[in-house]
Ligand binder design. Structure first.
Ligand code: AMP
Ligand code: MG
Length: 321
């Protein structure tokens, strides 16, 4: 656990980015909005800075970080891209797709970023604030979600302050995040393409961009963990969560979807994009409510629903699983 410090919140703008870049160059960590969730950014080439990310989150050191870069040229300086990886980058960058590729020798990336693996996870984010910071800092940024390890992901600056206040010097406030779910993670190499984590870019979209190569099935469906950080329990509120609920017991806060109204709804019209954007904020409110249990309505297992259900299953899994 890192020492208590004052956490400043600055609205996104030129001043906030200049201050964030100064802190990054000094080896500090800074919480930033991205189009997925808020991230905790550090200089990926500075071992002490990366160490601070793990310390602030209480993240186990076997769980590697995603490196954020401006685009494909910068990504190719740290990873080895074959044709399929280039096609995926061209189709979805900047955007919520992370590619896991072989690490390039002499990349300069601190070994703790990749948890000592021979591969690296890299993406080019679309959010202007994060793009501005990458340019101003002039180096690749390692950035996991800006929350204590295992807890609900942050989709607003207030969520970050609640989870990491006193542990980091600065949060850049860019309002609510647009997508609300972490990036899709795809591994490319060893003769195949595999989905490691479902996210805003759907499996069907990945398939189409690969030109008919069928990505291997999701790790959760195979019943084994492929990405080292994909623990069964994650994104977890401090209360029990019951899934597939069509009505609520008296002591449950019900998060609805479509025809199930609930105490609040992910999307009353059954819109999956709206539901994804609302998911983590709804879990934060459910956690803060006076009721001791949380129930969540069924969400269809199609397109974005696959990623939403992945997060919900982990939120509902017993702690320590
Ligand atoms: P987060 O930073 O919370 O969005 O989580 C990042 C995810 O990326 C975790 O599930 C990691 O296990 C995964 N990841 C990062 N680097 C690699 C890698 N080299 N190979 C496989 N998965 C990775
Ligand atoms: Mg996370």
């Amino acid at each position: 656990m890192s020492a208590q410090k004052e956490t400043r919140v600055l609205r996104y703008g030129a001043e906030a980015i200049a201050e964030a870049a100064r802190l990054i160059r000094a080896g500090e960590v800074v919480a930033m909005p991205t189009e997925t969730v808020y991230g905790l950014a550090a200089d990926a080439t500075n071992p002490q800075a990366v160490e601070r990310v793990y310390a602030a989150k209480g993240r186990p050191s076997f769980n590697p970080l995603i490196v954020h870069v401006a685009g494909l040229a910068e990504a190719e300086a740290i990873g080895l891209f074959e044709d399929a990886a280039r096609r995926l980058a061209a189709a979805f960058w900047p955007g919520p797709l992370t590619l896991v590729v072989p690490l390039r020798e002499g990349s300069g990336i601190a070994p703790l970023v990749t948890a000592g693996l021979a591969t690296i996870a890299v993406r080019a984010p679309a959010h202007r604030a994060m793009r501005d910071l990458i340019a101003a800092a002039g180096r690749p940024l390692a950035a996991p979600s800006a929350n204590a390890s295992g807890a609900i992901s942050p989709t607003s600056a207030a969520h970050v302050v609640r989870s990491l206040g006193g542990r980091i010097p600065l949060v850049v406030d860019g309002g609510a995040t647009e997508r609300g779910l972490e990036s899709t993670i795809v591994r490319v190499g060893q003769g195949g393409v595999g989905i490691l984590r479902p996210g805003p870019v759907s499996i069907e979209q990945v398939e189409a961009a690969c030109g008919g190569t069928h990505p291997q099935p999701l790790p959760s469906r195979e019943g084994r963990v492929v990405a080292p950080g994909m623990m069964a329990s994650h994104y977890a509120p401090s209360k029990p969560v019951r899934l597939e609920a069509t009505d609520a017991a008296a002591d449950e806060w019900l998060i609805g979807f479509g025809a199930v109204a609930g105490d609040e709804s992910l999307s009353a019209s059954g819109d999956l994009e709206e539901a994804a954007a609302n998911l983590f904020a709804a879990l934060h409110r459910a956690e803060a409510s006076a009721r001791p249990r949380i129930a969540v309505a069924p969400v269809p297992e199609a397109r974005l629903g696959v990623a939403i259900n992945d997060r919900l299953r982990r939120a509902a899994a017993p702690r320590g699983a």
